[in-house]
Design a protein around this ligand. Structure first.
Ligand code: 5AD
Length: 349
């Protein structure tokens, strides 16, 4: 296994068979070597810096019906809310005062969010805080829409591809959603000059090693600046309520592999990782991650952005406790950066 890790380190790539072997390795020694190498590579490009992103969950309305997600439209028990323009701006004001320099607006695919509305909010944020990056994560839209949002000032876009394999994608999503359109969106976003984030859930129902390899191959093709992965966590009001969740070990192994395959990528230690293990996020940081996204949403709505059971939204997860978050980042051996935190080597067009 050691020679595979060294090869991945040097060549940033392995054959399918070699990847399968590494993905399925479950001994502590391999995990530790992978962690060390991933940490070396992250330090080579990013030093000990961790970038913070203020996450604003702008709406829990969603037109989609993804089988894994707690805010899917068929979940009639989900509490729905939508932030106003004023509420979003006040989140940014709080975040800016706390030192955050990236605002991520994430939400379900809510028809209320027209181009006009989103462009207005984005341009107002950019006007008020020209030193900040604005990231959008509001799902599949047309090329024209992504273009307008870019012109309004959006810098980055997060849209997980979820599953590159067509048959797995269709087991996780309703018929109306296709992997072809998801990929079209991601390539459109790249072409428009966004810093793009893709990614997938680890241990999603029906996911095999081959599916994960297909995800890694798709990421190689897309070359996103950001890659978000986190364990699948069942939500009790979805068809996947009784499915097994993804494991900490496999998620960490994949984070290590991703860091070696994509040395310069921005890799968040996700909320889902922090949800399945007390020190999950810190372990992520020690295994190549360099981004944390504390919750900047108004406290009143946080519980309602309920993607999966027990989703963290308070304590170190939230911006009220940024000091504690910083402390835990420091004690993991890293330092919080006050920069915008663009991907190294990304040139703006
Ligand atoms: N478990 C883990 N992650 C989930 N997401 C949605 N539902 C779940 C779940 N049950 C992730 C999806 C989506 C992101 C916003 O949250 O990958 O892209």
């Amino acid at each position: 296994m050691n020679t595979l890790i060294e090869k991945l380190c040097k060549e940033h790539n392995l054959s399918d068979n070699e990847l399968a072997e590494l993905i399925e390795s479950d001994d502590a020694e391999t995990a530790e070597l992978l962690r060390q190498r991933a940490d070396e590579v992250r330090q080579l490009h990013y030093g000990k810096k961790v970038f913070l992103r203020g996450l604003i969950e702008i709406s829990s309305y969603c037109r989609n019906d993804c089988l894994y997600c707690g805010i899917r439209r068929s979940n009639k028990t989900a509490e729905r809310y939508r932030l106003t323009r004023e509420e979003i701006l006040s989140c940014c004001e709080n975040g800016y005062a706390l030192g955050l320099r990236t605002f991520v607006m994430q939400g379900g695919e809510d028809a209320f969010f027209t181009d006009e509305f989103l462009c207005g909010v984005v341009s107002e944020i950019k006007e008020k805080y020209p030193d900040c990056a604005v990231t959008l994560s509001v799902g599949e839209r047309s090329y024209e829409s992504y273009k307008r949002l870019k012109e309004a000032g959006a810098d980055r876009y997060l849209l997980r591809h979820e599953a590159s394999d067509e048959s797995l994608y269709s087991k996780l999503h309703p018929k109306e959603l296709t992997i072809a359109n998801r990929k079209r969106c991601l390539f459109d976003l790249k072409e428009l000059g966004y810093q793009v984030g893709a990614g997938f859930m680890v241990g999603a129902p029906f996911q095999t090693t081959e599916h994960i390899i297909a995800d890694l191959r798709f990421l190689q093709e897309l070359q996103p600046q950001m890659i978000g992965i986190g364990p699948f966590v069942p939500h009790h009001m979805t068809p996947f309520a009784d499915k097994k969740g993804g494991s900490l070990e496999l998620t960490l192994r994949l984070l290590g592999i991703l860091r070696l395959m994509f040395p310069k990528a921005l890799l968040p230690a996700t909320t889902a990782l922090g949800t399945i293990a007390e020190d999950g996020r810190e372990q992520g940081l020690r295994t190549g991650c360099n981004v944390v996204m504390p919750n900047l949403s108004p406290v009143m709505v946080r519980k309602k952005y309920d993607l999966y059971d027990n989703k963290l939204c308070s304590g170190k997860e939230s911006t009220e406790y940024l000091d504690e978050l910083e402390e835990s980042i420091n004690s993991a051996g890293y330092t919080v950066s006050r920069e915008r935190g663009d991907a190294v080597g990304f040139s703006k067009i």
